[in-house]
Write a protein that binds this ligand. Structure first.
Ligand code: ADP
Length: 567
């Protein structure tokens, strides 16, 4: 070869040198490509296998984008993902060479720009004159100062066992812009970006799947933790799959991770264990009531979870707190027996006096005594009427019907005086006073209802002042409404009971002073409804145990009656 060179002179030497130069340059290019491919392979090997959180995905994408920029020598790299809800291609953070401000303004419809075209056609694009390229979006080009770029589709490829692609789906576009050192992008850059794009698509779609699943699971777990019912899921092998906080409370166990543990290790309650065994044996839903040591009552209901092949896999137990329901049932039973007693007492007395009068054929009793007997019969009849009227009103309230309202002008001071006079007849130990001012306003109201309100409040004031004492009824004109206060110096009410006494069947319990005082627990409940039927209310203004109480009732001067749907 050296001989040829000498024989053909310097011209051929120059040509030969040029040829070597080209070969070397080709080799350089090849080395760069091989280096890039090696870089891609190592990059992919470094990618975490499973990405389950958004920050993890963001970190991985940040590394990937850095590599893309290095391999294709781009100043800017952006990953666009298609969002079906908005119908737009939006940036998946982070981007490289794009400020947060610029990134937030970028959302591209599939019908616009180079990115849109790549997404729609699935064909990569290389462009080296962004300013004059008709496909480019001028506002994006100028906002990001784009000179040139390459854009490739992000394709998820599903392969079968023979590694043949069976399904392809485009999820977005990878876009690298502004080739460094003022150079232009070439086909090699495009090929490298396509390789990286395929990997990026796989990473993103796997991560999104995991993230969605993880977030969905967390949401379900949060929901399960926040519900008041206890939930336990037990596998057919007798292991706990899931046990929420409420279930731990029911079983009086510290909230802890019991998942995977043997049921027999965790649940000591024999009733719950046998309920589960029964369900596994019968393969049917079972239920039972459990009363805990603290007297809380729960209904435990089981149901089977059936697997795809129809065989039972798990049993779910749900615990519902029915303590209040049982309590109300208990109170209702007590109420019925108290009311029966309250009805029988005046009846026995009426019957007794009438029998005495009927037997008195030879007029043993003088006229005055007879008159006293008639008065007692009359008062007992009034007592019966009041009780029955209260019961009828309660029944209307309970069945959701509106109370009958007969509105007319009511002189509250006069009416209060009549109620006081009636109540005073029953007691010598209490001193009832009417402190309502003489010029007190006349209001529009149902006088029977107002009578029942004052009657109940005064009746309670007397009843719960077993040692007697002063009881005062005072009134305040409040402009659009009036307020009546009933103050006694009796037993008072413990603070913890203040809110409950207005609920139906609620009576203050566990107080030896109250032993022997009969009540039905419907008085204040009814008073509240009667006051509210006028647009007013009743509340406990003051009460101290062993000092007394003040109940206040407010009534508008003109009733604010809610329109009932009932005719
Ligand atoms: P009851 O028929 O038991 O009197 P109420 O609904 O009228 O029913 O009252 C509910 C409970 O509130 C009563 O059981 C009683 O313990 C308490 N209470 C009501 N008024 C007074 C009062 N003036 N002083 C003390 N306790 C009262």
């Amino acid at each position: 070869m050296a001989e040829d060179v000498t024989s053909e002179g310097p011209e051929s030497l120059r040509k030969e040198l040029e040829r070597y130069r080209l070969v070397v340059s080709d080799l350089h290019e090849k080395i760069r490509e091989l280096e890039a491919e090696l870089e891609i392979t190592t990059t992919m090997a470094e990618m975490p296998g499973v990405i389950v959180t958004r920050p993890e995905l963001q970190r991985t994408m940040s590394r990937l984008i850095g590599k893309i920029a290095m391999i294709v020598q781009a100043e800017k790299v952006m990953i666009f993902l298609y969002h079906s809800e908005s119908g737009e291609l939006a940036l998946l953070p982070p981007s490289l060479g794009v400020t947060d401000d610029q990134a937030s303004g970028i959302a591209i419809r599939p019908s616009e720009g180079i990115v849109g075209e790549v997404y729609q056609t699935g064909e990569s694009i290389i462009y080296n004159d962004a300013l004059n390229d008709p496909r480019a979006l001028p506002e994006v080009v100028s906002a990001l100062r784009i000179r040139n770029g390459i854009a490739v589709p992000l394709v998820i490829k599903q392969r079968n066992e023979q590694e043949r692609i069976v399904h392809e789906r485009i999820i977005g576009v990878a876009h690298a812009c502004n080739k460094r050192y003022e150079q232009e992008f070439n086909q090699d850059d495009l090929r490298l970006l396509e390789m990286l794009g395929e990997q990026a698509a796989a990473v993103i779609s796997n991560a999104q799947l995991y993230i969605t699943l993880t977030e969905e699971k967390e949401r379900l777990e949060d929901a399960l933790e926040s519900i008041r019912s206890g939930v336990i899921v037990v596998s057919a092998e007798g292991r706990i799959r899931l046990m929420n906080r409420a279930a731990c409370q029911v079983l009086q166990l510290p909230a802890d991770g019991y998942e995977g543990k043997e049921l027999t290790e965790v649940i000591a309650n024999d009733q719950v264990r046998s309920l589960l065994n029964q369900t596994f044996d019968s393969l049917r839903e079972e239920s039972l009531e459990i009363e805990l040591d603290n007297e809380d009552v729960y209904r435990a209901e089981t149901s089977m979870v059936v697997g795809e092949n129809g065989s039972p896999t798990d049993v779910v137990v749900i615990f519902t707190d029915i303590t209040d329901i049982r309590h109300v049932e208990q109170m209702k039973t007590t109420f019925v027996s108290t009311v029966s007693h309250e009805l029988r007492t005046p009846l026995t007395s009426i019957k007794g006096f009438i029998a005495t009068l009927l037997d008195d054929t030879s007029s043993v009793y003088d006229d005055q005594t007879r008159h006293e007997f008639y008065e007692i019969i009359d008062q007992e009849c009034d007592r019966l009427t009041r009780l029955i009227s209260d019961l009828l009103n309660i029944s209307r309230i309970e069945s959701g019907r509106a109370l009958d309202m007969n509105i007319s002008p009511v002189d509250v001071r006069d009416l209060a005086q009549r109620v006081l006079d009636t109540q005073q007849q029953y007691t010598l130990r209490h001193n009832l006073t009417n402190e309502i001012p003489p010029d007190f306003p006349i209001i529009e109201a149902d006088s029977d209802h107002v009578t029942r309100i004052l009657d109940n409040l005064l009746g309670n004031a007397i009843k719960y002042s077993p040692d007697g004492g002063d009881i005062a009824l005072s009134g305040v004109d409040e402009g659009d409404s009036i307020r009546i206060d009933v103050t006694d110096h009796g037993l008072g009410i413990p603070v913890r009971q203040h809110d409950r006494i207005f609920d139906r069947f609620q009576m203050v319990e566990g107080d030896s002073n109250r032993k022997g005082i009969k009540g039905t627990g419907i008085g204040l409940y009814l008073v509240r409804h009667l006051a509210q039927a006028h647009g007013g209310d009743v509340w406990l203004t003051w009460s101290e145990v062993d000092k007394g109480s003040t109940f206040s009732v407010n009534l508008p001067k003109v009733p604010q009656i809610e329109q009932s749907s009932e005719q």
